[in-house]
Design a protein. Sequence first.
Length: 293
Amino acid sequence: DRQINYHLGSAALWSDFEADNGDFSSNDPNGWQWGEPTAGGITAYSGTNAWATVLDGFYGTDEADWQLTSESFTVPNSGTLYFYHYYDFEGSYSLYDGGNVKISTDGGTTYEVITPNSGYDGSISGLDGEQGFGDSIDDWEQVQFDLSGYTGENAIVMWHFGSDYSVNDYYGWYIDNVLVGDPDASYQIDVFDVGSEPQVKKLSLAQNYPNPVKNNTTISFAIPQGSKGAELRIYNVLGQLVKKYTPENKSAGKFDYTWDCTDRNGKNVSNGIYFYRLSTSEKDITKKMILIK
């Protein structure tokens, strides 16, 4: 079993979808569904339940227009939307099916696309060319959206999935652990096994914060017992190694690495896109960040 604890601070919206569906609403019962995933070996990020475009198989629908909406909430100062997701959509070079996140401040009458801090994967055909998440990822990832431009507004968030006119034998989109709060007051405590000796259960790499990066940024990660050769590396868009961090003294546990936007020689690096990769002998996880000084 997993145990996940959160310090919610000034959270305006929070659900791990275990006790109930979080008062979220699906516009199509054949689309977004709440419960226990049972297909493709996919499980909820934490606990048993999550929201998914289909819980028990492929999404299997052409020209889907499936919308999952949150309950209404007031956006707090410095508000940020966080959630974990896993997705498997048709498309790789061309993104045929996929999803994006939208927000409404007029009670759900109209919505506009909001962009995650790390950016979308590209233009999605099934969403009429809107930017969104496409292709697939191999594990759950956390994404963050800056909502500070909506401070004080009564808002509703929508997870919008769309597919094109053919090919639909993919597992779709899963979301879990949704939080809207102040990043200075709300944060996750990493995942541990329940027991007298808490141990990290799963290799995990969080999205760096803040992102975009101006002066420095913190990268949090967790390494489970038994992992070997753990390293965190930062690369530029040319694939050149910029910085390397090797955890010392401990082979497992929770780590926070603060990057000061310098290279291995201590020189400041230029603006642009960077990738950071957590590697062990068993697995690699890579995420993207943007440096804007």
